[in-house]
Ligand binder design. Structure first.
Ligand code: FES
Ligand SMILES: [Fe+2]
Length: 399
């Protein structure tokens, strides 16, 4: 009897253990499935139909995880402003810089070789990883000052002392990484993603206003300026991407822009807002083959994902670069290029500093509100917020 109850107890124990193991394996499978889902599912979704869409989840602006993730998912995958050909005028000139300083912080260097080719290289020595070029200079080769490794101006490894015995050396890995350059006029752009194509980002802009003599635009450092904005970088961009707020926020600009005829055009990774003038003054003298011929264009506001704005006025160009600093601060740099001095500071391109102050005030107020417990999402105006909806859609695609 006793023996029989012992057997039953053992059998029950085994059955219980089998149930526990089975439950554990179920939990494990569920966990793996959820991990798999989190990998394949986008972190954010925004309905392609603007009439149905809700704005991107506020977590994008408030969760530090997404601020950091955007470094690799957005900023390392796209094009960034790398400088001006004027930084490396003569063969041998080198210009070191950090791509998106305080965010991506990637050490790079622009160089020009004897054949007048410009290169954008990693500025990190392939020996033990120190910075190669420390300040702007003119040299025949790049020499690392730590142990004397020498590179050509195109980044190729040239020589290294005390390395005769090293096997399989040098290899391709001993060259400085060369990054792609997209050049338009005197402006240089690069991407940390070597296979990033420039067309989806720039072609619509360069085609649309290809008639402008952009090589003649002169950089004016004394007219250029940087602003520290207390807002997430994306909040600054999405304000730029709608003209909806112009009548409410920019009285001066509203006096010269015809709000009724303001249009937004969306492209793959860029967009264009066309500012039409109220009167005949301060408008572009458009060539007959321009698709905008006959329109009173006061400004072309081009935006290139994720953070570059190119504002063309009849006097020239204001480039705005939005640099993320932390989750609630960004640096906005205005680079001023003058084409027609006599038209400077007129029309839609007048008093840009005042317009900036007006924009900063509203954008910083959004920064304060976006983290509210009571704000979850908004909706878009179908007629006035296509640019912002498009921006949120692209962010969702990249994240
Ligand atoms: S780190 Fe450059 S030569 Fe050693
Ligand atoms: Fe604005």
């Amino acid at each position: 009897m006793q023996h029989q109850s012992l057997t039953t107890a053992v059998q029950e124990g085994n059955a219980q253990r089998r149930t526990e193991v089975y439950s554990l394996s179920k939990v494990f499978h569920l966990f793996s499935y959820l991990t798999f889902l989190s990998i394949i599912m986008p972190a954010f979704t925004v309905d392609p139909n603007i009439a149905k869409a809700k704005t991107i989840s506020t977590e994008f602006y408030t969760d530090p995880h997404y601020f950091t993730a955007a470094k690799e998912k957005i900023f390392s995958q796209t094009w960034q402003f790398a400088g001006d050909t004027g930084f490396v005028n003569e063969p041998g000139e080198c210009y070191p810089f950090y791509l998106l300083e305080n965010y991506l912080d990637e050490p790079l260097v622009l160089t020009k070789n004897k054949e007048n080719n410009i290169f954008c290289l990693s500025n990190v020595c392939t020996h033990r990883g120190t910075i190669v070029v420390h300040e702007q200079c003119k040299v025949a080769h790049l020499r690392c000052r730590y142990h004397g490794r020498l590179f050509n101006l195109d980044g190729a490894f040239r020589s290294m002392p005390e390395f005769k015995e090293v096997e399989n050396f040098p290899s391709k890995d001993d060259d400085l990484t060369r990054l792609p350059i997209f050049q338009w006029g005197n402006w240089l752009f690069t991407s940390l993603n070597k296979s990033c194509r420039s067309e989806p980002y720039f072609k619509e802009m360069t085609d649309r206003i290809g008639w402008l003599p952009v090589n003649d635009f002169v950089f004016r450092p004394q007219l250029s300026k940087s602003y520290l904005v207390n807002a997430h970088w994306a909040l600054y961009c999405e304000n730029y991407l709608e003209g909806f707020h112009i009548p409410f926020v920019h009285a001066g600009l509203n006096a010269v822009i015809d709000f009724g005829n303001y249009t937004t055009e969306l492209f793959k990774y860029s967009s264009l807002q066309l500012g039409i003038a109220k009167d005949e003054e301060d408008i572009f003298d458009l060539p007959a083959d321009s698709p905008d011929h006959g329109k009173k264009v006061a400004a072309y506001y081009f935006w290139v994902f994720p953070n570059m704005m190119f504002n063309f006025y009849p006097w020239g160009l204001s480039i705005n670069l939005i640099q993320p600093l932390n989750i609630q601060q960004c640096k906005v740099s205005f680079l001023t290029y003058v084409w027609k001095e006599d038209k400077f500071n007129s029309g839609a391109g007048a008093d840009l500093n005042i317009v900036e102050m007006e924009d900063e005030e509203v954008v910083e107020a959004v920064q304060k509100g976006i983290r509210s417990r009571f704000y979850k999402y908004g909706r878009y105006s179908v007629t006035r917020e296509q640019g912002t909806h498009h921006f949120h859609r692209i962010i969702s695609e990249f994240m």
